[in-house]
Design a protein around this ligand. Structure first.
Ligand code: GLY
Ligand code: MN
Ligand code: MN
Length: 503
């Protein structure tokens, strides 16, 4: 009999007696468990099943996203895994983060989960989220296994999850047999997250003699379709991104106030200060914090964060809080450690700011995605020509891309569940596409003068400046989600002055 649970609130409990017998891992735990102890551990527990759990607030949105995917792949079975725990060392594991597409379609965050869209004979799909059920009391799993309830915490029961997610649920341990016994239909799986499920699907396909290369292409189409759809955020996603940004703004404020302590320690203090805010208000940081002081700011992804934070230097902080729903902000501010820019630092800062201002103005519906990048590059090129660092005219510089020696990276990217969101979407709708209302992206020009770059005057060497904001494309133009943080040099100084304890 199936342990299938419908999202119908009247559905019954998890059917503990049907679960496979638990085999303890060889960690010594199971040895020496007497019959008496095992029997006693099965009894004396209160019924803690939650009869009427609150549905997750995004349930209506996940349903719409599944419907869009269903319409894109009629008659096909679609398998989107969350992924599994990864060993960190011996018997410890990395903190788990489910695959973004699984989260997008289900709202669930469990390891080993899997969304399956099963084609209905009459058209459309039925969605089931396959999960590990709450750990079993009858077979001792709950206290003998390292992932049992008394070791790792309580998982939702299948019935609870059905109600919370607004989908049917089933035991993920049944998924192999479900996929093997399902009526013949083309199958697509999202690759890269669950090797054993991929192997299983490959086996099912081999039965249907499907060509490996064709299968890989079809799976890639599923991944691309999901990223295409994620390009335009729904209103719930925009609200999550705003939450991520707001928490990040508070984290930047914490860092400003902690600069004196950081000066006495290292960039690690900056990273740790921001991380505290991320953990308290969210799930984590959405990517490794870049806390780069002085010349370290010229390394684009400086994440070692083990350098000193010195008076007179610029601190480049690129950081983002990831919400508990896994949406991330991605914001950079370049702050004078002592509270005031010196004239050279200010000159570099002002040019990056001018590039960002121009780029933000180019973010509007119907504009090509590449336009804001080109606008920023042009402003930087013109400035560098004016300073005599590059030989003009600016047209020639831009055509040859010569400004890239000092700016290195693109001006932004999509933002969402992934910090570099929708990376697999089709070029024609993304990089060569037009901005649409609901797109969220970063605008992040920068200038980086390497400490050993003999083509720049000595006074510029070792200065790195990036200003990065998160911007929503609206029907009328855009909204800077991170507008609560100061951007002009004067505003940054005033903002620091309010926060830096003055001695
Ligand atoms: N934090 C990485 C980036 O700005 O893209
Ligand atoms: Mn960034
Ligand atoms: Mn970015």
């Amino acid at each position: 009999m199936s342990e299938h649970h419908s999202s119908d609130p009247k559905a019954e409990g998890d059917g503990a007696a049907e679960a496979p017998v638990f085999t303890p891992r060889k960690n010594g735990q199971a040895q020496g468990v007497s019959e008496e102890l095992a029997a006693w551990m099965r009894t004396g527990w209160a019924d803690t099943e939650i009869r009427d759990p609150e549905p997750i607030e995004q349930a209506a949105y996940t349903a719409k996203r599944r419907a869009a995917l269903s319409a894109r792949f009629p008659g096909e079975r679609l398998v989107v895994p969350a992924g599994n725990l990864k060993t960190r060392s011996n018997d410890t594991e990395y903190p788990f983060r489910p695959s973004c597409d699984y989260v997008y379609l289900s709202g669930d965050l469990s390891d080993d989960g899997c969304v399956v869209l099963e084609p209905r004979p009459g058209g459309g799909h039925d969605a089931t989220v396959y999960l590990r059920p709450r750990s079993n009391r009858e077979n001792g799993e709950f206290w003998l296994d390292g992932h049992g309830e008394l070791w790792s915490g309580r998982r939702h029961s299948l019935a609870e999850s059905a109600q919370r997610l607004g989908t049917d649920t089933d035991d993920v341990r049944r998924l192999p047999e479900v996929l093997r016994d399902a009526p013949a239909a083309p199958v697509r799986i999202l690759r890269g997250h669950d090797a054993s499920l991929e192997e299983l699907v490959a086996g099912v396909r081999a039965g249907g003699a499907e060509d490996g290369e064709a299968a890989a292409e079809r799976d890639e189409e599923l991944a691309v379709a999901l990223h295409d759809h994620r390009l335009v955020k729904d209103e719930w996603e925009v609200a999550q991104l705003q939450r991520a940004v707001d928490a990040t703004v508070r984290g930047f404020g914490d860092v400003a106030a902690a600069l004196p302590e950081a000066r006495a320690t290292s960039e690690r203090y900056i990273e740790g200060t921001f991380f505290l805010r991320a953990r308290v208000e969210g799930n984590d940081v959405g990517y490794g914090t870049i806390a780069a002081s002085g010349p370290n700011a010229t390394t684009l992804h400086w994440m070692r964060n083990d350098g000193p934070v010195r008076e007179g230097e610029l601190l480049l902080l690129d950081a983002g809080v990831e919400t508990t729903t896994l949406y991330t902000a991605d914001i950079t501010r370049t702050l004078p450690v002592s509270g005031r820019f010196d004239p050279v630092q200010r000159r570099v800062y002002d040019l990056v700011y001018a590039a960002q201002e121009a780029a933000i103005a180019a973010v509007a519906p119907g504009r090509p995605f590449t336009e804001y990048h080109e606008v920023a590059q042009r402003v930087l090129a013109e400035g560098l020509v004016e300073w005599g660092l590059l030989e003009g005219p600016a047209d020639r510089v831009v055509e040859l891309g010569l400004q890239r020696r000092y700016t290195l990276h693109g001006t932004g990217h999509m933002l969402g569940l992934d910090v570099h969101d929708c990376a697999r979407s089709r070029t024609e709708v993304h990089l060569h596409g037009e901005l649409r209302p609901g797109t969220v992206l970063t605008v992040e020009p920068g200038l980086y003068f390497q400490p050993d770059d003999l083509t720049v005057p000595e006074e510029l060497r070792g200065i790195g400046v990036r200003i990065e904001d998160d911007v929503l494309v609206t029907a009328e133009g855009n909204r800077v989600l991170s507008a609560a943080l100061p951007r002009t040099a004067d505003d940054v100084e005033a903002w620091l002055a309010e926060r830096l304890p003055r001695g």
